[in-house]
Design a protein around this ligand. Structure first.
Ligand code: TMP
Length: 216
């Protein structure tokens, strides 16, 4: 039996700095939800559509020094999201499905608005325009100190992409940015300790998702 929610669907996003373990946790959650009969769509940002995947490549592999200005970076992340929201997310939500997204607009708030120090008010307005007013129902931030996260990320892939080649202080600002966001929006944004084991983290995620499913 396929379960679907109210016509609103359910949008769950995963956030955190590099190496926080989002991808693993998304796979685990998707498997569990599907086993329970839900229709689940897993996606990622930047990317998730043919246009978005091309933008992802530009963002990840342009030259890190002087290759891309912060303002261009902001617009490219936003362009990828605009495509994903309209091509995939809104139609799936309309069908009452569950979307699990590896990053969403909160990454722009934090990476471009906080760590890159672009005007936060402008970033907030741009985000609202891009997501067409559809905020996530639940956002799970996997919190990890920058050193541990970077070490994990570098273990996974030897080569660093443009976003993985910043100074340590950049990722520390990212971490603080996500924690501050959770303080501002405690109902939607939940911080989970990313240093715990995969099983412990997934149990915490399941508890948060379970309580939101009950409310739907
Ligand atoms: P990831 O897919 O490995 O998480 O890589 C995406 C990178 O892009 C990561 O460093 C976070 C960054 N990013 C932004 O800076 N702004 C954004 O809006 C998004 C979605 C990602």
């Amino acid at each position: 039996m396929t379960r679907s929610f109210s016509k609103r669907g359910l949008l769950i996003t995963f956030e955190g700095s590099e190496g926080c373990g989002k991808s693993t946790q998304i796979q685990i959650l998707a498997r569990r939800l599907r086993r329970a009969g839900h229709t689940v769509h897993v996606t990622r940002e930047p990317g998730g559509t043919p246009v978005g995947e091309r933008i992802r490549h530009l963002l990840k592999f342009s030259k890190s020094n002087g290759g891309m200005v912060h303002e261009a970076e902001l617009m490219l992340f936003s362009a990828s999201r605009a495509q994903l929201v309209r091509e995939i997310i809104l139609p799936a939500l309309k069908r009452g499905e569950i979307i699990l997204s590896d990053r969403f607009a909160d990454s722009t708030t934090v990476y471009q608005g906080v760590a890159r120090k672009l005007d936060p008010a402008f970033v907030a307005r741009l985000n609202d325009f891009i997501i067409a007013g559809r905020r996530p129902d639940l956002t799970l931030v996997l919190d990890l100190d920058a050193a541990t996260g970077l070490a994990r990320a570098r273990k996974k892939t030897r080569t660093r992409d443009r976003m993985e080649a910043q100074k340590r202080s950049f990722y520390e600002a990212v971490r603080r940015g996500f924690v501050a966001l959770a303080r501002r929006e405690p109902k939607r944004v939940r911080v989970i300790d990313g240093t715990e084991t995969v099983a412990e983290v997934s149990a915490r995620i399941l508890a948060h998702v379970g309580s939101i499913l009950k409310r739907c």
